[in-house]
Design a protein. Structure first.
Length: 459
């Protein structure tokens, strides 16, 4: 430090002490501001006086007014019941989703603002000591922090693509395939108590094989979900923290059940009751919704784990490349079972695949950021990513997935048949993890090349 600088610091210290705090920040509400913070934040000589926000705004922070990215209201919201927002995947950086960008699926138009001092969690049913836990009690127990994705069961479904086309037809401008079709997933660091810790406290009785978790929010239909007890004993968490702060109201304040790697509907927000039982309870959200209709007319239920999945987020259809030359292709890969082991990228329509660099550390059941240097020569080309998890399971194409789903119920399925099911039923609606192809056009614009060729029916 040179002497001029140390002089200046001395001056600042002295002047703060002399002038008192009111000299800073144009006299804005300072009562709750600590002296050190004011000196740092508001002193014009340090060049950090905020233009727009008030000191109070800065106490919780705010982004630059030049940043415009938002989690847009879900496609097809007009007329739909419930609240939904979509994560802006096209603008994601790294692997953590800031809470304001976390997607939202609320089965009701009501988001409760629960007083944590009044909220409790009861664990009952087939247990030795039925127990009511207050928030204070939960927070005294040993905790864990883990980075995990959450994904809505319906994410990437063909039904969302159809809705997107309808919205575009109505003149909506803010929607893209990357956000509109795929934006029901986010990744956060979740902090809480493992359910296994609580189950040990209450003593699980012999014969208990499932538990039913219920949300404490008042909805037209109660949000309740049956989960296998084995999952509960493994890595299910009662989470109260999200990215280093209290879980957001939209994400289930003050606590949510968090079931890593399982479809989003299992992660019951505002959880207030866990009942140990000896069978799945066939709740509304596992029988009349979130089931996959098969070609033979039978629906499969309790399909829970998200398959290996990846998406190139840049460039995607929300972007337009400004010209030829160097770009870093980037995207996210995740799976409900373990870690992502490999992501391959094609820039020539699938003729050749190159290994992308994976961001370290790789978390289990979490987004993994991948990156690959790329020089675009200006010619039209098709790009895509495909991932493999640590068990060697490879992400498939739409066609591959349809065969997989159909295999055990019918013999060979001709492609035309598959298309007909997609058009007429919700066969491909849930737990979709197809390879997403993007066409980079000569003008630099990017278009979806997975859903568009399949969905040929009138909107
Ligand atoms: N209490 C309650 N829990 C809920 C829901 C709900 O509507 N109410 N929606 C479920 C669904 S379908 C999903 S995908 C996730 C969404 O969680 P998020 O809104 O935090 O993204 O929460 C699940 N848990
Ligand atoms: Mo969901």
């Amino acid at each position: 430090m040179n002497s001029k600088m140390s002089d200046r610091r001395g001056f600042l210290k002295r002047s703060a002490a002399l002038a008192g705090l009111a000299a800073f920040a144009n006299g804005k509400a300072l009562a709750s501001v600590t002296p050190g913070l004011v000196t740092g934040v508001a002193d014009t000589k340090l060049g950090v006086t905020p233009d727009e926000p008030t000191i109070q705004d800065l106490l919780y922070g705010g982004r630059s007014s030049y940043e415009k990215t938002i989690a847009i209201p879900s496609i097809g919201t007009l007329g739909a019941t419930g609240l939904r927002t979509l994560t802006p995947l096209q603008d994601t950086i790294g692997v953590i989703t800031p809470a304001p960008y976390h997607y939202l699926v609320q089965g009701d138009t009501h988001i409760p603002n629960i007083d944590p001092s009044k909220h409790t969690l009861i664990i009952h049913g087939m247990v030795d000591r039925p127990t009511v836990f207050t928030m204070e009690e939960l927070k005294r127990l040993p905790s864990v922090s883990r980075v995990h994705f959450l994904e809505c069961t319906g994410n990437s479904g063909l039904a969302h693509y159809k809705t997107l086309l309808q919205d575009l037809k109505k003149g909506r401008k803010d929607v893209s395939v990357i956000q509109g079709v795929h934006g029901r997933t986010s990744t956060s660091e979740w902090t809480g108590v493992l359910l296994s810790v609580l189950l040990k406290e209450v003593g699980v009785q012999k014969g208990a094989t499932w538990f039913v978790a219920e949300g404490g929010d008042i909805q037209a239909e109660l949000h309740a979900k049956s989960i296998p007890l084995a999952k509960g004993m493994d890595d299910v968490m009662i989470a109260y923290g999200q990215n280093g702060e209290a879980i957001r109201r939209e994400q289930g304040y003050p606590i949510r059940l968090f079931c890593p790697g399982f479809q989003g509907v299992c992660s019951v927000k505002h959880v207030s009751s866990i009942k140990l039982v000896d069978k799945a309870y066939m709740m509304q959200r596992e029988i009349t919704a979130y089931t996959n209709l098969k070609p033979n007319g039978m629906a499969s239920r309790y399909e829970s784990q998200v398959g290996p999945k990846s998406l190139i987020t840049f460039p995607s259809d929300a972007h337009k490349l400004p010209g030829t030359g160097f770009y870093e292709l980037s995207g996210i890969a995740w799976c409900g079972r373990g870690k992502i082991a490999r992501v391959e990228v094609t820039v020539d329509g699938g003729r050749t695949w190159k290994d992308a660099n994976l961001q370290q550390p790789i978390f289990s059941k979490a987004w993994t950021r991948f990156r690959l240097p790329w020089t675009w020569n200006g010619a039209e080309t098709v790009i895509a990513s495909r991932c493999t998890n640590e068990f060697g399971e490879l992400q498939s194409t739409m066609e591959g997935l349809a065969k997989l789903w159909g295999d055990d119920v019918t013999p060979h399925i001709p492609a035309a048949e598959i298309e007909r099911w997609w058009a007429n039923t919700n066969i491909a609606e849930f737990l979709n993890n197809p390879i997403q192809f993007w066409t980079v056009k000569t003008d630099g614009s990017v278009a979806d090349a997975t859903y568009a060729p399949l969905y040929k029916l009138p909107v």
